[in-house]
Design a protein around this ligand. Structure first.
Ligand SMILES: [Zn+2]
Length: 216
């Protein structure tokens, strides 16, 4: 039976206009779509002790392996070692360590945490990440704040909001336009922007890591 793809049936003559392969990675859409990626800590930007005694680290994450190897997943990602739940957030620092496979004894001090985070970063240990895009519309937030507090000026409304947790939450929800990449139509300076359906304003979107887990 003859092969369909049989090179011996075709000429070995060089084609007239084919040179080097072009840098095809240039054609991959940037930035990455929301989704799950194996990543490494690519930048240790900052780590500090907060007034409540817990740590806050600021890190960048880069995809490793697969089609998206080397591309930025998220930058300026803030994580803490504050036990969860606090507010609506998770204690992601612990999840990073466990995701990287350091699931032995739990760190007992801030120094432990910093030492282990540094190990994960320096050794380029793989961590599973789930990234989502978030766009926060300040005009929509301010409008809801004014509506809830009765204060018209932005600053006064924000100050009044701080006194009422339920209102603060509601205003933040009004400002948060959590959407997928398909709604971010334009790139402005390398960052995706989002046109707010409610106020028409242009909002800059940020990649945020929602969860850390074991790499695939
Ligand atoms: Zn808006």
């Amino acid at each position: 039976m003859s092969e369909v793809f049989d090179p011996s049936q075709f000429s070995n003559e060089p084609l007239p206009d084919i040179g080097e392969w072009e840098d095809w990675q240039e054609d991959v859409p940037t930035p990455l779509e929301a989704g799950t990626y194996d990543a490494i800590i690519s930048e240790q930007r900052d780590v500090k002790q907060l007034s409540n005694g817990y740590l806050q680290a600021t890190l960048d994450f880069r995809a490793i392996g697969g089609l998206h190897d080397g591309r930025s997943v998220a930058t300026f990602v803030r994580v803490t070692n504050q036990p969860k739940p606090f507010g609506n957030k998770a204690s992601q620092m612990t999840d990073i360590l466990r995701g990287a496979g350091l699931d032995g004894a739990a760190p007992q001090s801030n120094a432990d945490y910093v030492r282990l985070l540094k190990l994960v970063a320096d050794q380029q240990m793989r961590i599973g990440t789930r990234m989502e895009w978030r766009a926060f519309c300040t005009p929509c937030f301010d409008a809801k704040a004014a509506e809830l507090t009765g204060a018209t000026a932005g600053d006064a409304a924000r100050a009044a909001l701080k006194l009422n947790k339920a209102h603060d939450k509601e205003a933040r929800a009004a400002g948060t336009k959590a959407t997928n990449m398909k709604k971010f139509l334009e790139l402005s300076g390398g960052r995706p922007t989002y046109s707010c359906a409610e106020c028409g304003g242009e909002v800059q979107a940020r990649a945020e890591i929602r969860n850390f887990f074991k790499a695939s």
